[in-house]
Design a protein around this ligand. Structure first.
Ligand SMILES: N[C@@H](CCC(=O)N[C@@H](CS)C(=O)NCC(=O)O)C(=O)O
Length: 292
């Protein structure tokens, strides 16, 4: 790879070398499946195919919140799709999400299965299906969607921009890290100013906007993302810290963060979830400790 100062782009780009860096083995410039793979189906109407990344966790937090609020129709099977191993390129997964990214949901409760992809679309679909975590009042609903779509548009600068160049790229490029650190700090300030005036993002109520933003920006200020807490001085965003602590205190948020998780403490990883009791019996510490 040429040094970034020497690189002159060719007339036509071609994919003739690995880019290097974390996750480069799964990156490619074409879409579509790489292999045949039928997805498993469990007994619940909602089938989730995901991994416990910030985008995946948004959906499991909402499902756990719906169940905690008494919506029993939100019972779900959560199947693990290991994106580092390219399982998002299996034919069954691509049928549900042609974009080959987790999370993807199949709702089998009606006469014809409904596929839902893009985490924001899944949150909205579930909130509308159950009539929960999305205010009915026109102004409050609009404010919820404002912050939901803000998250969907902003997080790629945090993940694909800052996170990539700060933590994953094979070389540290000052220009790129400066560019995206500045943008992420601006985004944190947007949230901090909003949360100075408002308990939750959309107002007085906890909504899908909070659920969408928390795994990314709550995770960032709590030091869970990219090891960048000190670099970004996250302690300065006091209102975001207050809000993140409030969400993290919710049992459903804690449960949602465990589902499809493949890193961290084994007792915090519930790699697949098929029943509420799995949180007590099927976390990875118990799976690995079980006599064979
Ligand atoms: N905008 C999408 C982004 C989903 C996304 O980027 N998912 C990542 C994990 S957080 C993924 O599946 N990456 C695998 C890949 O890029 O091949 C959403 O919000 O659902």
């Amino acid at each position: 790879m040429a040094d970034s100062h020497d690189y002159i782009p060719p007339k036509v780009w071609s994919w003739d070398k690995p880019s290097g860096g974390t996750f480069s083995n799964i990156n490619r410039p074409v879409a579509g499946p790489t292999h045949e793979k039928v997805l498993p189906v469990g007994r619940h109407p909602l089938q989730l195919y995901s991994q416990g990344t910030p985008n995946g966790v948004k959906v499991t937090i909402l499902l756990e919140e719906l169940l905690a609020a008494g919506y029993s129709g939100a019972e779900y099977d959560a199947w693990l799709i290991r994106i580092g191993e390219g399982e998002q390129f299996g034919s069954g997964f691509v049928e549900i999400n042609p974009n080959s990214k987790i999370p993807a949901l199949l709702d089998r409760s009606g006469p014809k299965p409904v596929r839902v992809f893009e985490s924001g679309s899944i949150l909205l679909y579930l909130a509308e299906k159950f009539g929960a975590f999305l205010p009915k009042d026109v102004a409050a609903r609009a404010e919820t969607l404002n912050w939901l779509f803000w998250q969907m548009g902003s997080a790629p600068y945090l993940g694909g921009g800052f996170g990539h160049f700060y933590a994953y790229a094979p070389t540290k490029i000052e220009y790129a890290i400066d560019r995206f650190a500045m943008e992420v700090k601006r985004q944190l300030d947007v949230l901090d100013r909003r949360l100075a005036d408002s308990e939750y993002l959309a107002g007085d109520d906890y909504t899908i906007a909070d659920i969408a933003v928390f795994p990314w920006y709550g995770g960032l200020v709590k030091g869970w993302q990219y090891g960048a807490a000190e670099f970004l001085s996250v302690q300065d965003y006091k209102n975001v810290q207050r809000w993140a602590d409030m969400l993290f205190a919710r049992p459903a948020v804690r449960r949602g963060r465990m589902v499809n998780r493949t890193n961290g403490e084994l007792s915090g990883q519930l790699r697949e979830r098929h029943d509420a009791s799995d949180f007590d019996t099927a976390t990875q510490d118990k799976v690995e400790g079980a006599p064979t």
